[in-house]
Design a protein around this ligand. Structure first.
Ligand code: NBY
Length: 811
């Protein structure tokens, strides 16, 4: 299925495309120009499918999903779009006829960092799966002018630079001036009765912002489906331009979509953030309702025709915004509007960190969004009225939306949604038993688990072509459409030839990464060393500093006994710290300083190398993951909601070294206990330790000699070029009682790391376990995750045309 383009045709069209854009021959083009021409040509190829998919959805009136997310992290798109179209090989061949390298052009694409981490990347994996399953799924988000900061290290310290990803244009997007909306902020609002007796709001002195959509095609895997990702940009309404006299006066509008908030774990109650959230939500909901008006769909049918998904609480204002439109503009009664809203919305929670939960000051909400606040107040009043008689005061006040002067956004999301889910089994259990316990008592039927997933298309087929070829050679290509077929690969666990090939593939990937390390870091690493990888945002709960302490421990042992039998290792890090997260930045500095020490110490040689990449993101992950031997998933049990790098690394044959946290537990269940390394406290033990307050970090420091040596090395000058960072770590771990139980888990972590060494010495046994990991990774396909969202929550089905026509949702 899908595009039929010959090499000859492609070559002709590419040359034409380039010439029409730049008015000279492609031979004189820069990589950026050649990439732009190629991207636009591919987009041309996509456009008819994009149009036809949209028309098919409308004609058959299929139910559509709208995934509302403040963040999307799509990664570079040229390769994945060409691949899903089935055109990648043709393009590569055509370009090489022109003496051009596809890989080189592809590197010229900016990687849009419109998200912080796992949550944004999950949204993009979901977009890929929705299209690949042929489901009508739309993304709704913000077109930030600046993405997540570009990270640099200066003297080992993180420095943040602006990420101007739009500098050389974005070939994938289409500005859609026909579909703009107006979003209102502030001013005064009052209700007046109109001729028909409806109470209608009147507004004065509002700030009016024009929301302009930029649409990007989301191409399904060889199934003729092209869905839409709609990102909104804030502009001054044309008819109000004359009211703005200076550039400064335009700032309050332009700043709304200027920059992504760079924190993945800490809610910061800034007015601008609330503006961003409402801006995206209002524009998105308005454009959905406009669609219904245009096609005259009875409003009561809305829940049969749309599902709106709330990705964490950031878009939770969907609930009052949909109520506002249904009541104020569609003149439905409160009860009718509520029935529709509640049936339409569903919510995913991604964190149990208290400091990450959004609570907006009532005064701020009232002033910025007066009408929305009225509606939230009414939702809250009705909730309290209904709940009080059944559940009493305590539960009612604990679950209310309005509490102590703030709007609790998680409560708004739960109350306004028919479905609430966590992102791994343990995480959902914790929501039900702890974080959202009272709600679970009120509405047990709303709660469900949806363990995260990843798209193998990007993370295996494209990132690891040699592994993909090996799997194809052994089990055929069915696994690409039916990931569960991957389990057939298990049959080769004892096949020496296959294991050797697998080792060769890994080594080749490691060589490639070693070259990249040499190029960007100037560090020489041995591709035969064990590549140990921890890639994720920097946060104390993820415990990069536990990793650090273990490396330091090895270093001290080597210094004491240079002939100690450690398997040569390269410790690889990639992590950005939130700019305001001081402690996380101190951890980065200590790791970088330790790297300077270790990498240049002749006593150490190849036994230990540390590589901390700058500016970790999707593109870098695609280079690192295929080369990993060990996947570090060492968060304090109960803290990591799911994790998704754990799934990507497993699918590429890395062995997991993990606490029983998030989806690590499910990884263990699928691959079997013998095929990964588990250590540390369980979540139950963590809960108990917290509850009985019996943990004394200082006692561990006093009693464990090895640990003391390591901790002392943070402050006694062993690590060069530190200011107070070593002391900061020491203080937090010893004097402030180690909030994330790093010291408590240290010994079992070291023990597990020694087991890793032992296994690595037996390369064929290592390869066997690696193969079993690959073959057990299919359950973490985002295609399956999305199928479960579709069946259980959204009630949508695939619309891929079969012989008899289109699959329709049940009417
Ligand atoms: O979501 C992550 C979780 O930590 C991870 O365990 C999970 O696998 C992943 C997908 O479910 N959460 C995450 O990435 N969160 C954020 O990026 C984030 C961004 C913004 C804000 C909070 C969290 N914010 O408050 O603005």
């Amino acid at each position: 299925m899908f595009m039929e383009v010959t090499v000859k045709q492609f070559v002709r069209e590419f040359k034409q495309q380039f010439q029409s854009m730049y008015a000279y021959s492609y031979e004189e083009g820069s990589n950026e120009q050649l990439y732009n021409a190629l991207g636009l040509l591919v987009k041309n190829y996509i456009s008819s499918y994009w149009k036809e998919t949209r028309e098919k959805y409308i004609k058959n009136s299929v139910k559509q999903v709208y995934y509302f997310s403040m963040e999307f992290l799509p990664g570079r798109q040229l390769r994945s779009k060409a691949y899903n179209l089935g055109l990648l090989d043709v393009i590569k061949e055509g370009l090489s006829e022109l003496d051009l390298s596809f890989d080189q052009l592809a590197e010229a694409e900016a990687d849009p960092a419109l998200g912080n981490g796992g949550l944004g990347r999950l949204a993009s994996c979901f977009m890929d799966s929705l299209a690949s399953l042929g489901m009508a799924g739309n993304g709704n988000g913000i077109r930030y002018q600046y993405g997540l900061f570009r990270q640099k290290f200066v003297d080992g310290y993180q420095v943040e630079l602006p990420e101007n990803w739009l500098r050389y244009r974005n070939v994938w997007e289409t500005r859609n001036d026909k579909s703009t909306c107006m979003v209102r902020f502030g001013g005064n609002v009052w209700l007046e009765e109109n001729h028909q007796g409806h109470l209608v709001p009147h507004y004065e002195n509002t700030l009016n912002v024009l929301a302009v959509p930029y649409d990007t095609p989301m191409v399904g895997y060889r199934n003729d489906t092209v869905n839409n990702l709609r990102l909104w940009s804030a502009e001054i309404p044309v008819e109000e331009e004359a009211n703005y006299h200076t550039i400064e006066e335009t700032e309050p509008i332009k700043e709304i979509t200027q920059v992504l908030y760079p924190d993945d774990s800490n809610y910061e109650g800034r007015l601008l953030r609330l503006k961003q959230e409402y801006f995206m939500v209002s524009a998105g909901v308005q454009s959905i309702i406009r669609h219904f008006r245009k096609y005259n769909v009875p409003r009561k049918n809305i829940p049969d025709k749309v599902a709106i998904h709330i990705n964490d609480t950031h878009p939770a204002l969907v609930v009052p915004e949909l109520m506002r439109i249904l009541i104020d503009e569609e003149h439905l009664s409160w009860e009718q509007a509520w029935e529709i809203t509640f049936k339409t919305c569903s919510y995913t929670n991604h964190t149990i960190l208290r400091e990450a939960l959004e609570k907006w000051p009532i005064d701020m909400m009232k002033e910025l969004l007066p009408r929305i606040y009225m509606i939230i107040e009414e939702i809250n009043n009705r909730f309290v009225e209904n709940t009080m008689p059944l559940y009493g005061e305590r539960i009612t006040w604990q679950t209310a939306i309005l509490q102590n002067g703030v709007v609790n956004m998680a409560h708004l999301a739960v109350i306004g949604s028919h479905s609430v889910n966590g992102v791994a089994r343990l995480h959902t259990d914790i929501l039900m038993n702890d974080v959202l316990k009272d709600f679970f008592e009120l509405y047990p039927e709303r709660f469900n688990n949806k363990t995260n997933g990843i798209t193998q298309r990007r993370w295996v087929h494209l990132a690891n072509p040699d592994l993909t070829q090996l799997i194809d050679d052994k089990i055929g290509e069915n696994w690409k459409l039916t990931p569960s077929e991957l389990k057939v690969f298990k049959g080769f666990e004892k096949d020496k030839k296959t294991l050797n090939k697998l080792t060769d593939v890994k080594l080749k990937n490691k060589k490639r990464l070693a070259d990249h390390i040499k190029e960007v870091k100037g560090i020489t690493v041995d591709p035969n060393a064990l590549f140990d990888v921890q890639i994720k945002r920097l946060h104390a709960y993820k415990r990069q500093h536990l990793n650090l302490l273990h490396i330091l421990h090895r270093y001290l042992e080597i210094k004491e006994n240079p002939s100690v039998d450690y398997v040569p290792r390269v410790f690889i890090f990639g992590a950005k710290a939130a700019p305001s997260y001081h402690y996380a930045k101190q951890i980065i500095k200590v790791i970088n300083s330790l790297a300077d020490l270790v990498n240049n110490d002749p006593d150490v040689g190849d036994k230990l190398k540390i590589v901390f990449f700058e500016n970790y993101g999707v593109s870098l992950a695609e280079k690192i993951i295929p080369a990993a031997d060990i996947s570090e998933q060492i968060s304090l049990a109960s803290m990591e909601a799911s994790g998704t790098s754990n799934m990507k690394l497993m699918a590429n044959g890395a062995l997991t070294l993990a606490t029983l946290d998030g989806a690590n537990i499910e990884i263990r269940d699928f691959v079997g206990e013998d095929n990964l390394f588990v250590f540390g406290l369980s979540s139950k033990e963590v809960y108990e330790l917290k509850a009985n307050q019996s943990y004394r970090a200082r006692e561990l420091y006093g009693s464990d000699q090895k640990l003391r040596n390591v901790l002392d090395a943070l402050t006694n000058g062993t690590i060069p070029n530190l200011q107070d960072e070593g002391y900061a770590l020491f203080d937090s771990l010893v004097n402030f009682n180690d909030e994330y139980f790093v010291l408590k888990d240290f010994a079992s972590y070291v023990e597990a790391q020694n087991k890793v060494d032992d296994l690595y010495k037996d390369q064929s046994e290592w390869a066997r376990k690696s193969l079993l990991n690959i073959a057990s990774s299919a359950p973490f396909s985002a295609d399956y995750t999305i199928q479960r969202y579709a069946d259980d929550i959204w009630k949508v089905r695939s619309c891929v045309v079969e012989d008899e026509g289109v699959h329709l949702v049940d009417e």
